[in-house]
Write a protein that binds this ligand. Structure first.
Ligand code: PAZ
Length: 317
């Protein structure tokens, strides 16, 4: 399904992609997300005098439904912490962020909040007026500043079908931004799925005995993203493994095959402590600052990426 050299998608891959898209249920455009996205991007385009760098961050795991009227699904691990933290640091660095996230995963500016934010961030004063607790105020202020400044738009997905269609729409909408666009693809995307037309319509019955299922491979969209959807965007994908012995080799393969500018390699157990940024020339380990109890690895990672993105833009001026 993938091109041998990664340079162009190739007919088999294009067919695979077409079949995912043609069999997928159409996106529910209930909140007119394409229009909201267009308005957001227009604000930041050079033509509109914006000229701001824009990053699309994908975050959280995609689901694979087992039934069309879905009761059960296969899920992909990702809390969304990495994407949410990165969004905050990119905004701090002056970027506008398109946050494509799995419903229910961590959102920007909510990491520091308690588990029950609505109940625990609000308190009553002596006159029974509701006010925000001091400990939550900073995050609330930062969130509202980002939204009011048109620096954050949040676009939710659940299934692999929604994710792939939305990624295509976002990447294509960012194409006019040229090298000012960045794709930071941290979502954990299903590798296998059940095509819509071969999926049971109703809830699968347990009385029928053990369940035999055939999942087919999700065609890799990265090559078509690079060659057609947003060819000039600075593109970073992530590689998660549990076996450290194969991690760097797999990251290197992804870098070359899909012509990524960087692949961020991480291991499940240590992903919050260390990642390795793989480029064609180097492998750069990035660590959390252990001397600071509240530090995270996303801060130095985003700093490094912002720097590389600037070089990418400046080298092509
Ligand atoms: O979302 P999170 O903070 O729990 O984890 C982040 C991550 C491990 C999902 C991400 O860094 C990553 O590697 N994403 C790509 C996963 C993959 O190889 O499909």
């Amino acid at each position: 399904m993938e091109p041998a050299d990664g340079s162009s998608p190739g007919p088999a891959l294009e067919e695979g992609i077409a079949s995912v898209f043609s069999s997928a249920p159409a996106l529910m455009e209930t909140d007119g997300f394409s229009n909201r996205l267009k308005e957001f991007l227009d604000l930041h385009s050079v033509a509109a005098g914006g000229g701001r760098k824009v990053v699309c961050i994908t975050s959280g795991g995609t689901t694979v439904p087992l039934e069309q009227r879905c009761v059960r699904y296969i899920d992909n691990f990702s809390s969304g912490h990495r994407g949410a933290a990165a969004a905050e640091y990119f905004i701090e660095a002056g970027y506008a962020v398109v946050f494509l996230y799995r419903i229910g995963s961590v959102l920007p500016y909510t990491r520091s909040l308690p588990d029950e934010p609505l109940l625990e961030c609000l308190e009553l004063d002596d006159d029974s007026n509701i006010r925000v607790r001091k400990s939550c105020a900073e995050a609330v202020k930062k969130y509202h500043a980002a939204v009011a400044g048109n620096l954050l738009i949040k676009l939710p997905f659940t299934t692999i079908f929604e994710y792939l269609q939305m990624l295509q729409i976002v990447a294509q909408a960012m194409k006019p931004l040229g090298r000012y666009a960045m794709l930071f693809l941290a979502a954990a995307v299903s590798d296998f799925y059940i095509p819509w037309q071969s999926m049971a319509e109703h809830k699968i019955q347990s009385a029928s005995g053990p369940l035999d299922m055939r999942l087919v491979q999700v065609p890799k969209m990265l090559s078509i993203l690079r060659t057609e959807w947003s060819p000039l965007a600075f593109c970073i994908s992530f590689k998660l493994e549990t076996d450290s012995k194969i991690l760097l080799e797999k990251a290197d393969m992804a870098l070359r095959k899909y012509k990524m500018h960087m692949v961020v390699a991480n291991e499940l157990q240590t992903r919050k402590e260390e990642v390795i940024v793989v480029t064609l020339d180097e492998k750069i380990p990035v660590h959390r600052d252990k001397s600071q109890p509240d530090s995270d690895v996303e801060q130095p990672l985003v700093e490094l990426i912002v720097d590389k993105h600037s070089t990418y833009i400046n080298n092509h001026r």
